[in-house]
Design a binder for this molecule. Structure first.
Ligand code: FAD
Ligand code: DLZ
Ligand code: SF4
Length: 509
């Protein structure tokens, strides 16, 4: 019997044209897909995230089989399941006559280390294929970063615009004359019954079975399965993509930073789980957005803003993750040590902005960017929570969270743990910003205008306390000159009182 190539397809490699399958012969290949306990529990992923990944994996395996591939699929409840990727490769090597292993690189240092050991462990050649679902290769990012003092997303993004040709005119200049229209994308929103809603996909038999299994096996994990709404096939993900492009994209720019009580989605795309697990292709999506702009169906600030999130931010954070190395996860520039407050796992807090963001996260495994950055992230930052604990929470609770994308966003952008590689200043703010961009404060038990006293919004004293607490490390940041000037101009008694109130609040947490 001729030997075959074993091709493991990981849970975030659910793309029909994944690089490990390129040029492979179907009758010379065995594809291996494995639901393993170690991946579900190395952090306590949200129940709906696990159900999404397992169901999407099962549907993808069926599609691959229909396409003529041989797929060996190990379910979590298989009594012989060893519980880990490496254990399952070992078992697959026994089940099949294998002469080589071929895999697309993983999205995490942890898993890459496992894969790099397989050649020695199993004594077969292992080919690791680059993940070509991204626009920039690791080498391109490293070349761009080489010798630069600051690695600002904006300049990397322009390179990606040039590389893809997206939103460039015939002379290679940016459409409309500017690279970035972010200044137009900061409008607060008002509740509107006509607002688009993402499609809720009713669970089919496969999804129902997975949900039942996850409910039983991961009962102690955070989050609910009651509101499961994800697409689990490429066809369904394409339907959500259509829904967004036809009904939300045009307003995406204007209201990108807005927040509304009771509305978890606004004009966001809700496409990140599908982009990150491979059901949708990022470049193809951006090309359609650029075409809609060219056809007059989407304004430039929306099209540019959306494309920037994907070929700018998404590519940039991936570049940073691999460029900075595995020690990035342990950085803690501000030496913040506080444990994460319990209410991040219950939503049980009387600060309305936080209970909204955390409540919908536990229900839906989703929050949009500005909630992650300016509500849950901002609070953890100004309260001085250990950035590693914050990182674990974000990795657990969001359906789109894989370390390559989550870690730089959380530890770098949101918690300033890398000392300013990603963010030129900490994303710290008082209640004022939240009041400007949301309708939460109007219904909150706290008064956002008060800095001190029982009714005062806790974000206010915490913000000043954060600046004072970290003055030595932050005072020379020229983007903080103004806030420090205001702090120093305050009466000493007021300063003292703000700090005392912040401390008292933190002790009660
Ligand atoms: P939209 O607002 O519709 O944006 C469109 C797409 O742009 C997204 O689907 C996503 O693919 C991409 N995008 C937007 N912003 C970013 C960004 N900063 N980094 C990477 N891609 C971006 N995104 C993840 O995909 N996974 C994560 O684990 C993750 N963790 C985050 C943690 C923190 C603390 C913060 C501040 C942001 C994080 N983000 C993460 C980025 C962003 O919040 C999500 O991509 C977005 O909320 C997903 O919802 P959406 O698809 O509706 O996005
Ligand atoms: C996140 C996740 C989970 C919860 N479970 C699995 C799994 O059982 N099998 C699998 O192949 N992948 C899973 N994943 C995604 C992997 O953790 C992901 O592929 C790695 O983090 C590498 O990016
Ligand atoms: Fe949040 Fe403060 Fe506004 Fe309440 S008043 S919603 S705690 S920012």
């Amino acid at each position: 019997m001729s030997k075959k190539t074993l091709i493991p397809i990981l849970g975030d490699q659910l793309s029909w044209d994944i690089s490990s399958l390129a040029d492979q012969e179907k009758d010379r290949s065995v594809l291996l897909m494995m639901e393993v306990d170690a991946e579900a529990t190395y952090v306590k992923h949200h129940k709906a995230k696990i159900a999404y990944i397992f169901s999407a994996m099962r549907h993808h395996a069926a599609a691959l089989r229909e396409g003529g591939w041989t797929v060996d699929y190990v379910t979590l409840d298989d009594p012989d399941n060893s519980g880990s990727f490496t254990g399952e490769i070992a078992r697959a090597c026994e089940r099949h006559a294998i002469d080589s292993i071929r895999i697309t690189e993983a999205g995490e240092w942890r898993v890459m280390t496992m894969i790099e050991n397989w050649q020695d462990q199993f004594d077969v050649p292992v080919t690791i294929c680059p993940d070509d679902r991204f626009i920039a290769t690791h080498q391109e990012f490293d070349d761009w970063a080489e010798g630069k003092k600051q690695l600002r997303m904006e300049f990397f993004y322009r390179e990606m615009r040039r590389k893809t040709g997206l939103l460039l005119d015939d002379d290679g200049k940016p459409e409309g004359g500017k690279w970035n229209y972010d200044a137009e994308n900061r409008k607060p929103a008002q509740s509107d019954l006509m607002m688009p809603k993402p499609i809720r996909f009713a669970p089919d038999e496969i999804t129902k079975e997975v949900i039942e299994m996850v409910a039983e096996k991961f009962a102690d994990h955070p989050g609910s399965l009651e509101h499961f709404h994800f697409a689990v096939t490429r066809e369904e993900a394409l339907q959500q993509r259509r829904q967004f492009l036809d009904h939300a994209l045009a307003q995406f720019g204007d209201y990108q930073d807005a927040m509304l009580t009771g509305d978890p989605f606004l004009w966001h795309s809700i496409l990140s789980p599908y982009l990150n697990s491979g059901l949708l292709d990022p470049l193809d999506l951006c090309q359609e957005v650029a075409d809609l702009y060219a056809d007059g169906k989407a304004p430039l600030n929306a099209a540019e803003g959306f494309i920037r999130q994907i070929i700018g931010w998404r590519e940039y954070v991936r570049g940073i993750y691999w460029h900075e190395g595995p020690d990035y996860a342990g950085r803690n520039f501000l030496d913040a040590q506080r444990p994460l407050p319990d209410f991040y796992y219950t939503g049980d807090t009387d600060m309305l902005c936080l209970s909204e963001a955390i409540g919908q996260t536990l229900d839906l495994s989703y929050a949009h960017h500005i909630q992650r950055l300016m509500i849950t992230g901002n609070f953890a930052l100004i309260a001085g929570v250990d950035p590693h604990a914050v990182h674990i929470w974000y990795l657990e609770v969001y359906a789109d969270a894989y370390e390559w994308v989550e870690l730089p966003n959380t530890l770098g952008m949101s918690q300033f743990g890398d000392g300013g590689i990603i963010a030129s200043k900490p994303y710290a703010s008082s209640g004022n910003y939240i009041n400007k961009m949301s309708d939460h404060c109007a219904s909150c038990r706290y008064d956002v205008k008060q800095r001190m006293g029982k009714k005062a919004c806790p974000f206010n004293a915490l913000y000043w306390d954060f600046l004072a607490r970290n003055e030595e490390k932050l005072e020379n940041n020229n983007r903080l000159t103004m806030p420090y000037r205001i702090w120093h101009a305050m009466d000493g008694d007021v300063q003292q009182q703000l700090r005392t109130e912040a401390q008292a609040f933190l002790e009660r947490l």
